[in-house]
Design a protein around this ligand. Structure first.
Ligand SMILES: Nc1ncnc2c1ncn2[C@@H]1O[C@H](COP(=O)(O)OP(=O)(O)OP(=O)(O)O)[C@@H](O)[C@H]1O
Ligand SMILES: [Mg+2]
Length: 459
């Protein structure tokens, strides 16, 4: 029996997992304030510290090792498969994070339904909802599947015992913050609990080859509630995000051991569940017959392997007192400052002394240099209050000297533009070499920002 005196108290940072004997206001490791929480640790009688994985091998020459090649299992939810790198890798552990109510359980129930089939049972464990509530959602989504097993449970031992009995190929745990291990002090969702439960589940994934999906909540700041350590343990981290007012949701791969990151998948939330949006560019473009409003331009950004046409809007107004205001949403702040300076010094648009606001519509983040020209055209248009044609797409990186630099994947971007009815594109001259533009799209080139702005025909 563990004597009372042996139970000791430690304090652990809820953000990064750093532990210490004393409470601290600020974590010395991650620098976050007020993240230390008291944890009571019962010493595990003689138990060896748990290893995260059970891999161990003799030293072997690389050419003698046989690579793991397994068939991925496609879910049939195209956007989801693409983000995972072409389907689910058997025995992998995937973390799906997102803010409350965004649709994590909905997406996973739909995916679980697609994955479950004869000889491929899927166990969906809900720690947050009763069986009746999960069934209610299943009815609404039209999910009917004999190979989909449900369990409403939060005790990890019971969950693992059920897994041993039912031998599912896929386990969904909704959510990791609700499960707890009995012999461990600390409330469900605390760092110690989350880490230990995840370690047990990782053991299951790597040992029995069961694919494990963990659902997790994300804090207001965008961090996964609970320890960051979870992001290191799992193979893949997916985030489900949205702008509050929009009905569509963006699924993003943040980390992926078996596929690309920076891919996005776009879904729309409907009463029948999440529907894939196959042509997301349509979402980010407004309806503008004729010219765009002044200060608006369309650019083609790459999100992973997919080109996405987005609208950038700018507003330039007189600075009333002192320092000009700059507010940038969806674009890199420093990049936008740089473009303001280049427009002012090289192209004669007096922006340095004015307030400048920039926004990417649809709540998207565009962070690549190829977006420079579109942003610059929007800012220049806002400054002179003149519109540009709604059927022109702007592409190019701008240098400090006001020169236009080549960008990658021009062909894919132009094809997407043509598909959506654009008939004119302005690109850097250096990107023209070897390029066969799609039929019906007139390509204009420029070697400097001034020349590109000439194609905008503002003045
Ligand atoms: N009848 C309905 N019609 C349309 N949309 C609905 C309906 N019922 C629920 N939804 C949508 O589903 C969302 C909730 O989905 P879900 O429960 O999957 O989210 P979650 O991320 O798992 O939430 P939690 O963090 O609470 O577990 C709601 O925000 C709403 O947008
Ligand atoms: Mg849920």
């Amino acid at each position: 029996m563990v004597s009372k005196s042996k139970v000791h108290t430690i304090y652990r940072c809820q953000n990064c997992g750093t532990a210490g004997p004393k409470w601290m206001g600020r974590c010395p490791d991650c620098g976050q304030w007020n993240t230390f929480v008291e944890e009571r640790e019962a010493p595990s009688a003689g138990r060896a510290p748990r290893r995260m994985t059970e891999f161990s091998s003799r030293v072997t020459r690389l050419d003698q090792v046989v690579a793991e090649t397994q068939a991925r299992r496609r879910t049939g939810v195209g956007e989801f498969d693409r983000i995972l790198g072409g389907g689910v890798w058997p025995g992998s552990m995937v973390l799906l994070g997102g803010s409350p109510g965004i649709g994590k359980s909905t997406l996973m129930l739909q995916v679980a339904d697609r994955l479950a089939g004869p000889g491929h049972p899927v166990l969906y464990v809900s720690g947050e909802e009763s069986l009746g509530q999960v069934k209610g959602r299943a009815v609404r989504l039209g999910v009917k599947n004999d190979e989909l097993l449900l369990l409403s449970e939060t005790n990890l031992e019971t969950i693992l015992e059920t897994v041993r009995q039912t031998e599912p190929k896929v386990l969904v745990l909704d959510s990791i913050q609700t499960v707890y291990k009995e012999d461990l002090a600390g409330a469900p969702g605390s760092v110690g609990q989350v880490r230990e439960c995840a370690a047990e589940l990782l053991h299951l994934a790597k040992g029995a080859g069961t694919t494990v999906f963990l659902l997790g909540h994300v804090t207001k700041e965008g961090d996964l509630a609970g320890p960051r350590v979870l992001e290191h343990i799992v193979d893949t981290v997916l985030y489900f995000e949205t702008e509050r007012q929009h009905t569509y949701r963006i699924l993003r791969a943040f980390k992926n051991r078996f596929g690309p990151t920076n891919e996005i998948g776009v879904f729309e939330m409907t009463a029948q569940g999440l529907k894939e949006i196959e042509n997301p560019s349509m979402l980010f473009l407004g309806e503008h017959p004729g010219d765009l409003p002044s200060g608006t331009a369309v650019l083609a950004a790459m999100e992973g392997t997919r080109p996405l046409l987005v609208e950038v809007q700018a507003l330039v107004s007189r600075t009333l007192f002192g320092m000009p205001r700059r507010q940038m949403t969806g674009v890199d702040y420093n990049r936008a400052m740089f473009l303001i300076a280049v427009l002012d010094k090289r192209c004669g648009f007096p922006l340095e002394s004015q307030d400048v606001y920039v926004n990417i519509t649809g709540g998207l983040q565009v962070r690549e240099p190829a977006a420079d020209l579109g942003i610059a055209v929007a800012m220049a248009g806002a400054s002179v209050e003149k519109p540009v044609s709604a059927k022109t797409v702007w592409l190019g990186e701008v240098g400090l000297g006001g020169e236009m630099r080549a960008v990658a994947q021009v062909s894919e971007r132009l094809q997407e533009a043509r598909k959506l009815g654009f008939d004119r594109a302005v690109i850097p001259r250096a990107s023209q070499r070897g390029l066969t533009p799609p039929e019906g799209l007139k390509v204009l080139t420029a070697s400097s920002l001034s020349e590109a702005l000439g194609h905008a025909a503002f003045r």
